[in-house]
Design a protein around this ligand. Structure first.
Ligand code: PFF
Length: 458
């Protein structure tokens, strides 16, 4: 069967960067940075990216590009059918599983973009923002309608194929995302008192960097680069044989980290401008959907046209970031079903879309009508989120690094990395060292930390 490739190097990099740049860049990275030592945290984070993230990203690229097939097939081919093929299947499952809850939040960004654009936050007081958010997520219908819109959008892009769907949308959406981020950064840093926000974000404070912070940086680096979910492996299967893998990985990591740091420049100057402190704003959903709409209204003039524009641009930014990531997750599962079961792309995409729609709606309803359905004290959404983040991702990451470091044929590894001898590879031994020793141990520690084993030992 003939298989599509990305049509250009830039298209390939933008698509992979689209996968990496997501909600995590905005709702976790900036606040983690500010609270954990500013520039000191950024240095630790970048070190984690270099030592841990890049070797695994390069390995995923290499396995995908070598096999030119979906992630499950790629690991089967790269492992010669040994039990290591299960690592690929695990990646596909993880990607699909994450998608089920990721689309819920993607849908929320659409609703908030709509509220912002219609000036619905005019004259709303701090407490009402909580009520607006709770009222929205508890409603059985409205989040579901947005979720269906979000998923239909993804489905449309995926069914158009690799070049006219994924690549073309990345070529439009990633530059748009970059322009919006830049514009918002300029607006925020020109506010009076912005320097205190910048100082909070960047002032290095090494006293805050302890082992917990390092583990947090590793976990964030891992999630942010979309590792161990089959995304990068699947996208790399559409790279052509001239794409330089290591260089592309470095580009993706730089775009991802750059956007994450700029998100901090959007958030903190506005927060300090209105006299709030980072402790007041929370993290994750409460930061994004309760604190920030309030912050933007107050900083840019309650109900003013500027506030409407800034707020609408911010949620559009989140929407595009979430969408490009969700597309990459959908592609993992679609490529798997279509290639492993010889289904047409359309039929495979329809199956994936239907399953994520059903499970996504269940996750979405778990804030409202299904809130009493819990296990281990978590609702359905939290179960999806925690199980993938705390169990599937670390196990997948560890297995990929062990596979790439110890099991994968060294000649194959070197050949792919050097594009069959056309590129010089000076970092080969460092890469292998990281994959063999550093990454498995480091990820193992993040895993135990997330499960609370270290707290328990203390
Ligand atoms: N890496 C993206 C982020 O930082 O939000 C999100 C993401 C994309 C997570 C793809 C998981 C994934 F498989």
């Amino acid at each position: 069967m003939s298989r599509e490739n990305f049509g250009s190097k830039i298209g390939a990099i933008l698509a992979a960067a689209g996968s990496a740049v997501g909600l995590g860049n905005v709702w976790r990275f900036p606040i983690e940075t500010g609270e954990n030592g500013g520039a000191a945290f950024i240095i630790v984070y970048v070190a984690c990216i270099i030592v841990l993230g890049l070797p695994i990203m390069i390995s995923e690229f290499l396995i995908g590009r070598y096999a030119h097939t979906n992630t499950a097939g790629a690991f089967r081919i790269a492992s010669n059918g040994s039990p290591w093929k299960w690592v690929g299947r695990l990646g596909v499952f993880t990607g699909w599983f994450i998608l089920c809850y990721y689309i819920v939040v993607g849908a929320w960004t659409l609703h908030y973009a709509f509220l912002s654009a219609t000036n619905a936050f005019y004259d709303v007081d701090a407490k009402q923002y909580v009520d607006i958010f709770n009222g929205f997520v508890q409603n059985p219908w409205i989040p579901t309608v947005w979720l269906v819109c979000f998923v239909v959008f993804i489905h449309f892009v995926i069914t158009r194929g690799v070049q006219s769907g994924i690549e073309r949308s990345a070529k439009v959406m990633m530059p748009a995302l970059f322009v919006i981020t830049l514009a918002l950064t300029v607006c925020s840093v020109s506010l009076p008192g912005a320097s205190r926000g910048i100082e909070f974000l960047l002032k290095p404070d090494w006293s805050k960097v302890d082992s917990n912070v390092v583990l947090q940086a590793m976990g964030q680096a891992f999630y942010s680069l979309s590792l161990a979910m089959g995304c990068l492996c699947t996208y790399a299967s559409y790279f052509d044989h001239r794409t330089p893998l290591a260089k592309s990985a470095v580009n993706v990591a730089m775009i991802d980290t750059g956007i994450a740091i700029m998100a901090g420049f959007i958030i903190f100057p506005s927060v300090f401008n209105i006299g709030m402190t980072p402790d007041d704003i929370g993290i994750g959903a409460s930061l994004t959907f309760i604190s920030l709409p309030n912050v933007f209204q107050q900083a840019f003039g309650n109900g003013s046209i500027l506030a409407v524009i800034v707020s609408t641009m911010f949620y559009s930014l989140l929407f595009v970031a979430a969408l490009t990531s969700a597309i990459s997750l959908h592609e993992v599962a679609t490529a798997y079903v279509s290639e492993e079961f010889a289904w047409s792309r359309k039929k495979a995409a329809t199956l994936v879309t239907s399953t994520i729609m059903v499970l996504g709606i269940l996750c979405s309803l778990s804030f409202g009508p299904l809130c009493s359905v819990t296990l281990f004290g978590r609702n359905i959404f939290e179960l999806f989120d925690d199980f993938s983040g705390m169990v599937l991702l670390p196990i997948g990451g560890m297995l990929i690094s062990i596979f790439a470091g110890w099991v994968l044929n060294r000649k194959l590894y070197h050949d792919e990395l050097s594009n069959y001898g056309t590129l010089r590879v000076r970092y080969y031994r460092l890469l292998t060292f990281s994959l063999r020793y550093v990454a498995p141990v480091a990820i193992g520690m993040v895993f135990l930390d997330q499960l609370g084993v270290f707290d328990f030992l203390k």
